[in-house]
Design a protein around this ligand. Sequence first.
Ligand SMILES: [Zn+2]
Length: 297
Amino acid sequence: MTIINSLLSMTLDVILFAGLVGLISGSFVNVLAYRLPLMIQYRWINTTKTELKDTSDLDGSGNAYLKKLSLHLPRSHCQACKNPIKAWENIPIVSYIFLNGKCSKCSSSIPKQYPIVELTSSALAVFIGIRYSISFQFLIVLFFSLALLTLTIIDIKHLILPDELTMSLVWFGLLVSLTDFGFGTSPSESILGATLGYLSLWIFYWTFRIITKKEGLGFGDLKFLAGLGAWLGWQSLLPIITLASLSGAVFGTLSRGKWHKEAPNPIPFGPFLAAAGLLMAFWGSEVILFYIEILNR
Ligand SMILES: [Zn+2]
């Protein structure tokens, strides 16, 4: 009885601690997902202007804002009125509830994305905490999962997968394979995973492009799969590609049926890669066994 009790209280500690870490890192995910694309956009505008030797004023009101934007500056502010958010208004979830989802100054609504992302991060952190207990591995696996979450949000909103995140996944995944803190991927599995991940989609990209004269994927997808390969090993590549393409195809068919042919927006592939990556990270062996079972029928 005492063993069960102490186990229970241990789990409760883990849940509370991991949940809190998840909420805090979730608000950082929000910052990253909002600011990184804007910073890239500004850099891109600036480079093209320089290349075109365009000397027109870059510091219109919008650009002045972009110019000053970095991950930590200016302080968090309302996206509508740019009013700085006070510390007590910046507490994950709690503030959203107290502010009733509205900016305290201009009362425009705070995007629901914020609390949703905070809650998702928190749920992920609790799951990882229970699975790996609170350890260094918890932090490493949480970093991996939240990078996937951030890439998902950015790809849905902007149809890009920033190098800052995908390449960090690649390098960090290779490095982690030298330690025991990842998913048990050995260095050789990791190197093969990163290389074959990039190469397989690169072949797919060019085949698709030559046949259909269209771009089916972005290069971000290639780097993202390389990153997943670095963390999860080459063995997980085929299941990831299969799962991501199948779910992407199903989603594409369903959403096209629903909204007919208006606005043929390309469907971001990143979210499906991320979902398949998480599935393989946590239930990889189960998925592979299921695979083999199907093949043997
Ligand atoms: Zn406001």
